[in-house]
Design a protein around this ligand. Structure first.
Ligand code: PLP
Length: 382
């Protein structure tokens, strides 16, 4: 039934073998840099590649400071701590996301407050947030946003740029300011995505990137905290065991974390970062081909929102029904063309079954219809 789609994907990757959803490619100086860490013995928590990688990512994203950590989830955890999230707080986020977003909230002893997504961006809807808060929250004399019922503090807002498509950041910033919420961006999927010409992750007080193996570029496992100089300095301190620098003494002035990115991983990251512009070009080319392919079909290709330049990390289509989605998943996977449904909503997971939430009609609608398609960087010759 989806034979032409299967053939189309096989042509893009010039193979009839299994095609994964997203595989990394190493076409640059990865071997040279990684071997260098072995030859110098600097494989672990200290080394020049970490500093180089942080500077490179800060420059690429236009952030004053970038702090490398061991994965995106750890970056989210630290970002929320630095945003002032405390035990018992609520943090606004979307139900349609990868579980890392809500795990990080739980690590702080806080709970997610789920608000619907927009169908166009697939990300947190600032208008739905404003509506929900208008009905259920107030800003107290102390400047803290609280739930009318019970008085729990709503401290921060954590939107996620789904598949690399930015949320409506102008309105999001306005709503967060109005309600005194600290904006933290889960930009794990959106390295190389821009909203009105500015890089995602650089709008909120803090932004978070991931370099997991399935992301647009990888360090094996890794993440980054994007922030101001001041908050970045705090992030560095907190993620490196809160040690006060000294030539030989051990003194730690608070409970810190060992969330460092090893130099071995940073070496891989430095080599991947050099190829990021080429990766982005390849992905946008593939996305354009998918969009053209689906132009006259009953499946709707997911396209970048207005005023945005997306990295098209994962391409996706919106099916007409759950039956059509299931048929698509079955025929493509049977043919060795890997496709996946979007995530199960966080509100359906047992750990969040009692979470506070607004209406989630768009999230539910998308959950039943969205399928991701193979999106690795194209082979050189394609
Ligand atoms: C990948 C990802 C993360 C971070 O994941 P790690 O595997 O810990 O690097 C966080 N949020 C979202 C939405 C992601 O897709």
């Amino acid at each position: 039934m989806f034979d032409s789609l299967i053939r189309f994907v096989q042509e893009q990757y010039a193979t009839n073998d299994f095609i994964p959803l997203h595989a990394p490619v190493f076409r640059g100086r990865e071997r040279e840099f990684v071997l260098n860490t072995l030859e110098t013995t600097f494989v672990s928590s200290v080394g020049a590649y970490v500093d180089q990688f942080e500077r490179g990512v800060a420059e690429f994203t236009g952030s004053p400071r970038a702090v490398a950590v061991m994965n995106g989830t750890a970056a989210l955890h630290v970002a929320l701590l630095l945003a002032g999230v405390e035990r018992g707080d609520l943090v606004v986020t979307q139900s349609l996301t990868f579980v890392a977003t809500t795990n990080a909230i739980a690590y702080c002893g806080a709970d997610p407050l789920f608000i619907d997504v927009d169908r166009e961006t697939l990300g947190l809807s600032p208008t739905a947030l404003d509506e929900w808060l208008s009905e259920h929250a107030y800003v107290g004399d102390d400047g803290v946003c609280r739930m009318r019922d019970g008085g729990r503090s709503i401290r921060a807002c954590l939107p996620m740029h789904t598949f690399g498509h930015p949320v409506d950041l102008d309105v999001m910033i306005e709503v967060c300011e109005r309600w005194h919420l600290v904006l933290v961006e889960d930009a794990a999927e959106s390295l190389g995505s821009y909203y009105k010409g500015r890089h995602t992750g650089s709008f909120g007080q803090i932004g978070v990137l991931s370099f997991n193996g399935n992301k647009i570029m990888t360090t094996g496992g890794g993440g980054m905290v994007l922030a101001s100089e001041e908050i970045g300095k705090r992030a560095k301190h907190l993620t490196t065991t809160a040690k006060i620098p000294h030539p030989y003494e051990f003194y730690h002035d608070e409970v810190g974390y060992n969330y460092r990115l090893p130099n071995l991983n940073a070496a891989l990251g430095c080599a991947q970062l050099e190829q990021l512009p080429a990766f982005l070009e390849s992905k946008r080319m593939l996305a354009a081909r998918y969009i053209e392919f689906f132009k006259d079909s009953d499946l709707r290709a997911i396209v970048e929102p207005k005023d945005c330049h997306s990295n098209y990390w994962l391409n996706g289509v919106v099916c007409e029904s759950v039956e059509q989605r299931d048929a698509l998943l079955k025929s493509t996977n049977d043919a060795g063309v890997m496709t996946r449904p979007i995530w199960t909503l966080m509100t359906k997971l047992p750990q969040h079954s009692n979470a506070v939430r607004g209406p989630l009609a768009n999230a539910e609608w998308l959950e039943a219809r969205v399928v991701n398609l193979p999106s690795s960087v194209l082979p050189n010759e394609a």
